[in-house]
Write a protein that binds this ligand. Structure first.
Ligand code: ZN
Length: 152
């Protein structure tokens, strides 16, 4: 992935999906009677939207660029977020929700890392490394949350 706009189009799609899923999860946790976890997911959605806004600003986009579905280059043909959420059924407890969110963040992190390792464009590499770092931070936040849940 060597074109910066092409790369950003992927980042924007990924962050959009991520924010949407976190909001869905927050609603589910609220319904389940876990407002604290719901708040945590809302916070994560907020980070995804911030990241999205940042990616758009850097790309000079005023609205998210849309590629045709066949133009996206996702690993295994599906976005990291969609892959993580593929097997979700209607009911989910707190531990299941956190595990899913962790899976999504890990896949996103790997996605950016692979781009950083493969691109010949130094600007894409820099940005992909930075995005991978942000995703690694999200992974750490979720792991800490999961550890706390296990300790309770
Ligand atoms: Zn993330």
């Amino acid at each position: 992935m060597d074109d910066i706009h092409f790369f950003l189009a992927h980042a924007i799609q990924l962050e959009q999906e991520s924010a949407r899923r976190y909001e869905e999860l927050a609603d589910e946790m609220q319904t389940l009677g876990s407002p604290e976890v719901a708040d945590f997911f809302r916070q994560m959605a907020h980070y995804s939207r911030l990241h999205l806004a940042d990616a758009m600003a850097r790309g000079g986009f005023h609205y998210p660029p849309k590629l045709r579905p066949e133009e996206y280059r996702w690993p295994d043909g599906t976005s990291p977020e969609a892959a993580a959420w593929g097997g979700v059924d209607a009911f989910m407890d707190v531990a299941g929700a956190l595990a899913l969110a962790l899976d999504g963040e890990q896949r996103s992190c790997v996605f950016y890392r692979e781009i950083a390792g493969q691109t010949v464009n130094p600007n894409v590499r820099l940005m992909a490394e930075e995005f991978a770092g942000e995703e690694a931070g999200h992974v750490a936040q979720l792991e800490a949350r999961i550890a706390r849940l296990a300790a309770d």
